[in-house]
Design a protein around this ligand. Structure first.
Ligand code: HEC
Length: 282
């Protein structure tokens, strides 16, 4: 008992800070979700990718850039599966800053930036011309580029999903929601500068999927996961092919081992099909 007591006190002392830190400002662990693209054979759900693109385009792109994704990616294998014509039309619906015109101007008479329609080769244009403008429009906070956000955050898709669906909860008693911020228990510090971006019915999905917050969030998370790892399906397929080949090769090697060395141990160490002592031909 004498030795157990100090040990017990030591463990109790260890537990105290954990309890204290578990209070109001520490983020909750992300929700545990199942994604079609998880696991060795995982693939992206095409419908979710296209719906997620719609959510990004209609909602998130007002504040977040997607710098690493080009319009031609939308029609690339393993992606959202738009046809090239659809991707072209999507690109053309965006305005890209134009190069200087014949007079060397990049602004028109009213001071607006000259633009041209996007092409397949263009990347998604950012919503703000620079970081200062982005911060000025978001209460000083910078909306991060979303191209790699799923890879960049611990918890990946579960984390982004939890952030998007984590608004609207009543803060625990005594928690201070800072001015211009919103309570979100999945965000570090639980005070986030992003206003709740999703709401029921915020978009109208053309495939008839009900636009609940969770469907909108799951779709845009699938889309952003693809943006973070567009080669995932190819990687999974190649992995499977390599494994299948290795299994086949192992079988082949085993059979040739049996054929070549068959009986090698039983008799005098001679090979199966060959005479024990070479005989000379006459
Ligand atoms: C009105 C502007 C606005 C809109 C619309 C918006 N966001 Fe944000 N978002 C922000 C700002 C500002 C931050 C930075 C928050 C902070 O640092 O407190 C942010 C942060 C984030 C983060 C990062 C959290 C982290 O760990 O750093 C994610 C993920 C995110 N937004 C996803 C989205 C998605 C997906 C959408 C579309 C459904 C969206 N946002 C729509 C302004 C916006």
């Amino acid at each position: 008992m004498k030795t157990v007591l100090p040990l017990f006190a030591f463990l109790a002392a260890l537990a105290v800070p954990a309890v204290a830190a578990d209070d109001l400002s520490q983020a909750l662990p992300p929700k545990d979700m199942t994604w079609s693209f998880n696991g060795v054979f995982g693939t992206y759900d095409r419908g979710a990718l296209q719906r997620g693109f719609q959510v990004y385009k209609e909602i998130c792109s007002a504040c977040h850039s997607l710098n690493l994704v080009a319009f031609h990616d939308l029609a690339a294998p393993g992606g959202p599966g738009f046809t090239e014509a659809q991707a072209k039309a999507i690109a053309a619906s965006y305005k890209i800053p134009a190069p200087p015109n014949d007079r060397g101007d990049i602004f028109d008479e009213k001071g607006n930036r000259l633009t041209r329609p996007g092409t397949l080769a263009d990347h998604f244009p950012p919503p703000f011309p620079n970081e200062q403008a982005a911060r000025a429009n978001n209460g000083g906070a910078l909306p991060p580029d979303l191209s790699l956000i799923v890879k960049a955050r611990a918890g990946g898709p579960n984390y982004v999903y939890s952030i998007l669906t984590g608004f609207g909860q009543t803060p625990p008693h005594g928690f201070v929601v800072q001015d211009g911020k919103y309570y979100n228990p999945y965000f570090a510090g639980r005070n986030i500068s992003m206003p709740p971006p999703l709401s029921d019915g915020a978009v109208t999905f053309s495939d008839g999927t009900p636009s609940t917050i969770s469907n909108e969030a799951a779709s845009v998370v699938t889309f952003l996961s693809w943006a973070s790892e567009p080669q995932l399906e190819a990687r999974h397929r190649i992995g499977f092919e390599v494994l299948a080949f290795l299994i086949f090769l192992s079988g082949l090697l085993f059979l040739s081992y049996r054929r070549v060395w068959h009986g090698g141990h039983e008799d005098t160490g001679t090979l199966h099909d060959y005479p024990a002592t070479p005989t000379e031909k006459h």
